[in-house]
Write a protein that binds this ligand. Structure first.
Ligand SMILES: [Zn+2]
Length: 413
């Protein structure tokens, strides 16, 4: 099929969307359920209605832009991502997947082509989790991972505003049933890689076959605050030195057990954090990620044992409280194969890979066949104003995605 896709229109829309909530350095601050998020939604709705799409919003704010198919009995194919950004976000993380989906429907509209199954472009609410935790919250509600009431009652991390109230204030508190989308036939999500592999190795697209299992926890190490000059070393219960040892132990465990995994300490808080005072308490966020659930469990149990031994020797206490956990995700092999075949047809060099980051597709995969397509981004930089992609990468990704989505809409029951 020779679909009149317009890579320029996709690019121009990415740039126009980025005018909503610009920040220095070329990025965006367009956090979920802010007034700016509302403006971005209005723009998406206008673009959808211009090509005759039926735009609905569910009670969690998830937007669906639907184009009917020839066969009214067929379940729809979903293609989407998110328009919200981190406070220091870029132009492409999220919007690329939504607007690439929109461009597919635009080209179908212009050419008067009907697919067998309906196709729905989705904009999930609150993917980033920067103001309302957890991340992927809108999709989690739609897929029944979280209940509707639980999502609506979540409180903002900064001022405690209720999700439901913030949604209402944007005017995007819709009436559609959130779990309707869980009954779709398939889910496609195109996204920038947010890592350096595709660019470094010269690939045009990544076929994402699954995602890492992840467990992030808050670790609290409690010792005793004392005077840095008068307290002899052997009498101290220094929470910070114990923490330093724990972090190095956790890294050593990773290299020994599973060097293909990931270990990160993202946040680190020292109490009291004053000159002249031996730190009495340290809290740090700590995560392991690995493609295998079993290996992740092994890493965590070894870390717990090492932390306990260090705590005992240094006369401090330690607790590790998980707050962000994902089991390993395996995407649909048939959909991955449709992306590979599409990449081959377009002469796009493709690499099978796993996602190290969390994505809405993880939750969708719990309810339907799902898959992701990555395009490269410069230097692997993301969640930063300088996040960037080339027009060529954007175009290749669009063509591959369109081929696979349309093939699926025409073939899959
Ligand atoms: Zn994203």
């Amino acid at each position: 099929m020779n679909l009149p896709l317009s890579p320029d229109r996709l690019w121009d829309r990415l740039m126009e969307l980025a005018e909503i909530g610009p920040i220095p350095g070329g990025g965006n601050n367009r956090q979920a359920l802010s007034a700016l998020d509302g403006q971005a939604r209005t723009l998406l709705k206008r673009w959808g209605e211009e090509i005759g799409l039926a735009v609905t919003t569910d009670r969690l704010g998830n937007m669906a832009l639907r184009r009917e198919g020839r066969d009214p009995t067929r379940k729809p194919i979903l293609v989407g991502s998110h328009l919200d950004t981190q406070p220091t976000g870029g132009k492409f993380d999220g919007p690329y997947g939504v607007l690439a989906g929109l461009e597919i429907l635009h080209a179908l509209h212009e050419s008067g082509t009907l697919t067998e199954a309906p196709i729905i472009v989705v904009n999930w609410t609150g993917e980033e989790g920067s103001r309302f935790s957890p991340s992927l919250i809108g999709c989690a509600g739609a897929m029944g991972i979280l209940t509707e009431a639980d999502v609506l009652d979540r409180r903002a991390n900064d001022d405690g505003e209720r999700y439901g109230d913030a949604l209402k204030a944007t005017g995007w508190d819709g009436t559609a049933e959130p779990t309707l989308l869980a009954g779709a036939a398939a889910y496609f999500e195109a996204h920038i890689e947010q890592g350096p592999v595709l660019e470094r190795e010269g690939y045009d697209v990544g076929i994402v076959t699954g995602g890492f299992a992840t467990e992030r926890a808050l670790v609290t190490v409690t010792g005793e605050t004392s005077h840095a000059g008068t307290t002899p070393m052997e009498m101290r219960r220094d929470a910070l030195l114990a923490t330093a040892e724990m972090m190095m132990a956790a890294e050593a465990i990773l290299y020994r057990v599973a060097p293909d995994g990931r270990m990160t300490v993202c946040r680190f808080m020292v109490d009291p954090g004053a000159d002249g005072v031996v730190p009495g308490e340290v809290r740090f966020s700590f995560d392991y990620r690995h493609p295998s659930n079993a290996t992740l469990n092994q890493l965590l149990s070894e870390a717990d044992a090492a932390f306990a031994a260090i705590a005992l020797r240094r006369k401090v206490s330690v607790i590790r409280e998980p707050y962000w956990t994902f089991r390993a995700v395996v995407f649909d092999q048939g959909l991955a194969e449709s992306l590979r075949a599409a990449a081959d047809r377009h002469g796009a060099r493709h690499l099978d890979m796993l996602s190290g980051a969390g994505h809405d597709a993880y939750h969708a995969a719990a309810r339907m066949p799902a898959v992701m397509l990555f395009i490269p981004c410069h230097g692997g930089v993301s969640h930063h104003p300088s996040e960037s992609i080339s027009r060529e990468w954007s175009e290749k990704g669009l063509r591959v995605l369109a081929d696979a989505v349309i093939a699926t809409a025409n073939s899959r029951e």
